[in-house]
Design a binder for this molecule. Structure first.
Ligand SMILES: [Zn+2]
Length: 202
């Protein structure tokens, strides 16, 4: 039972979005081409209230991409993005969502960010994704989406920690920072993850 997790393919992460991932829209046709080949497809959606503490705008005198301590952990401050119910939080209009059986929303608690589709950044609260995949008898978790070095990486890392054989589809993800993405890929491989290309999905 092979599952695909489509991570945060949302307008605000596209090249014209508020937290643009370079070339982010290039993955949409790639995902559309392969999603039908999986037994199960789920998606995650970054879904912040306007007062979310990961937004620089909610910290006086702070700028996006600065780092602060937020409730005991290091937090990068972002431009406002993926605000609940706004067009920026919608999936890219070209993404074929028909195969998506369930959507897991994250980043709802204003006090803590949530990069992974499984847990918040302090592993305090589960989204229920691991239990969902287990109940569906998933034996392999494939991941794609945005951003490769942040939310895709954290999602796949948590999939590995939850015990799922885990595979990154390299050309179906794009990174905010290429150097961080290289480190992230090495880390996934070190933790027994695998990396494939979309052409390997049959
Ligand atoms: Zn976010």
């Amino acid at each position: 039972m092979k599952a695909l997790i489509i991570v945060d393919v949302q307008n605000d992460f596209m090249p014209d979005g508020s937290l643009a991932v370079p070339d982010g829209d290039a993955i949409v046709p790639v995902i559309n081409r392969i999603s039908g080949k999986f037994d199960l497809v789920v998606a995650t959606q970054d879904w912040h209230p306007p007062e979310h503490k990961s937004f620089a705008s909610n910290h006086k005198g702070r700028q996006p991409f600065e780092t602060i301590d937020l409730n005991g952990i290091s937090q990068t401050l972002w431009p406002d993005h993926c605000v609940q119910g706004t067009p920026g939080a919608d999936f890219h209009p070209g993404l074929d969502t028909r195969p998506v059986e369930a959507i897991f929303r994250k980043g709802i608690n204003p006090e803590i960010d949530s990069y992974s589709g499984f847990y918040d950044n302090q592993h305090l609260k589960s989204t229920g994704l691991a239990g969902y995949l287990r109940e569906k008898d998933v034996t392999e978790v494939y991941g794609c989406g945005l951003a490769g070095d942040i939310c895709v990486y954290d999602t796949l890392n948590d999939a590995l920690k939850c015990g799922f054989p885990t595979i990154l589809i390299a050309d179906a993800a794009r990174a905010l920072d290429e150097k961080n993405y290289e480190t992230a890929q090495k880390d996934l491989l070190k933790n027994n993850g695998r990396i494939v290309f979309s052409t390997d999905i049959v």
